[in-house]
Design a protein. Structure first.
Ligand code: SF4
Ligand code: SF4
Length: 476
């Protein structure tokens, strides 16, 4: 017998794409030195090694424990013809409905962020006409009936000349939670603008770009020192108590040391309902980085949250069952004495089984009830949360809050997008963050949209791949 051995543990096969030609290639998932790597080979472009997670246990838990019955949209819009990921629309092979859907209303922007995945900026003119946006909204309602979370996005959507008519159009539809994705400049600078936005509450929230409290990272990520813009915007939103999620695009060595400080800042401001950390993906005009070593993965961001913000313990930051490869969450309640973490008190199985959409589970009847039982002093003996009663008694600050409402919620989300390096066909089918294509006929996973369907990519990149599949006689 040979004494040669591999330097890793072989875990699984995978289907990925070559990060150069974006054609499907065979891949392996292996464990080495406590981390998870994808190894793949393209016949034309050679070998790739990609860091998938820096925590084998976390990775295995997301794949083996956080298994939830897939929830489907009411309609699929495209047939299966060229195979995943070249059929997006959603096609019937997709495994998760749209938990969060973006509608991009313009490519125009008043910033030119070096990391913009959409390549937006002042140079990009043009607005989607209101009538087209209405058709995009109608498609989403047709697919989802009552879409869970819809983000009006861009470019910078507040620059659209019919911006408030767009919000009105969204409001006329049965959308459960409407969000506005914004860089905050108009909120900070324009008198009365925040007040007009506040009129869309409840069920309306800002998704506010907020990467750093320092000048240098902002210059690096946004090309502008936006500290005073952020300060002015947050002061106005605080005064109005307008629900806001701070969105932090994370880049290794740039702002990943600020996670704890940003969470502390968020906890101090009453308008903030939570923070979403988005490790940078390689798309649009982002700088190139080494995928084998430089990717910030969900497990690493989670560990840094635990290190830098000890309010949360390991059990508090858990995978989101809809798409556990890409999403992690921690929920806390704002109480008089500070934040009280909740997620660690709930049996993960309740969350896996319990919600239609765990990203915003405070809107989910069953889970909300479960949460309420946790907080209630009079929960019944048969309550599933009964075993937690003693635990809660040890936390004197946890009593039933008067008027328990959304403004008590503090939510931390880690949201990682899949790029050409980390692409795993198993995972992409679970993607639950989607975007409505401007043709108002398709709804596309956000990750594949940036790889194949945005702007000219469909004609320049995807069409030759599809032609190759047809020429090989492999199309359905
Ligand atoms: S990513 Fe989803 S929608 Fe796109 S081709 Fe694959 S299964 Fe279909
Ligand atoms: S990332 Fe946002 S703010 Fe920056 S250029 Fe792109 S659309 Fe504008």
């Amino acid at each position: 017998m040979s004494d040669k051995v591999r330097p890793y543990l072989y875990y699984d096969t995978a289907v990925s794409i070559c990060s150069t030609c974006l054609r499907r290639v065979d891949a392996k998932i292996v464990f080495e030195d406590g981390a998870v790597y994808m190894l793949k080979d393209c016949p034309r472009h050679g070998h790739e090694r990609v860091l998938m997670s820096d925590d084998v246990d976390w990775y295995r838990r997301t794949r083996e424990v956080f298994l939830k019955t897939p929830e489907q949209p009411n309609h699929f819009n495209t047939p299966m013809r060229w195979g995943c990921p070249y059929d997006c629309g959603l096609c019937p092979s997709h495994e998760q409905h749209s938990c969060l859907t973006l509608i991009e209303v313009t490519d125009h922007c008043n910033l030119s962020c070096p990391i913009c995945y959409a390549g937006s900026g002042p140079h990009r003119e043009g607005w989607r006409p209101l009538e087209q946006i209405e058709r995009m909204l109608d498609l989403l309602v047709r697919n989802e009936r009552e879409p869970d979370v819809v983000q009006i996005s861009g470019g910078e959507p507040t620059l659209h000349p019919e911006f408030f008519a767009i919000l009105d159009a969204a409001r006329r539809r049965p959308i459960r939670h409407l969000m506005l994705n914004t860089n905050g400049i108009r909120i900070a600078r324009e008198e009365g603008f925040a007040e007009k936005l506040a009129a869309y509450q409840p069920g309306f929230e800002l998704y506010l770009q907020f990467d750093s409290l320092e000048r240098e990272p902002l210059m690096r990520l946004r090309g502008a020192d936006l500290r005073s813009v952020r300060e002015q915007a947050i002061a106005k939103l605080d005064a109005l108590n307008l629900s806001t999620t701070l969105v932090v695009t994370l880049q290794r060595g740039v702002n990943d040391g600020e996670i704890g400080r940003i969470l502390e800042y968020a906890a101090e401001h009453r308008c903030v309902r939570g923070v979403t950390f988005q490790p940078i993906q390689q798309a649009g005009r982002t700088e190139r980085f080494d995928p084998a070593t430089d990717r910030l993965t969900v497990s690493e961001v989670r560990r840094r949250i635990l290190e830098q913000f000890p309010v949360f313990k390991p059990a508090d930051v858990m995978p989101v069952p809809c798409h556990p490869d890409s999403l992690a969450m921690a929920y806390a309640l704002r109480m008089e004495g500070g934040l009280v973490p909740l997620t660690g008190m709930i049996d993960p199985q309740v969350i896996i089984d319990g919600g239609r959409n765990t990203i915003v589970y405070e809107q989910d009847g069953a889970l909300h009830q479960q949460l309420f039982k946790l907080l209630a002093t009079n929960h019944s003996p048969e309550s599933a949360a009964q075993t937690l009663k003693d635990l809660l008694c040890c936390l004197p600050r946890v009593a039933v809050p008067e008027g328990f409402g959304y403004d008590r919620v503090f939510r931390v989300i880690v949201m990682q997008f899949i790029d050409a390096h980390s692409f795993d066909l198993r995972s992409i089918k679970k993607c639950c963050v989607h975007i409505v294509h401007p043709d108002a006929k398709r709804i596309i996973p956000f990750d594949t949209y940036n790889l194949f369907y945005r702007d000219q990519l469909e004609t320049d990149v995807l069409a030759p791949i599809r032609a190759g599949i047809e020429a090989a006689g492999e199309a359905h």
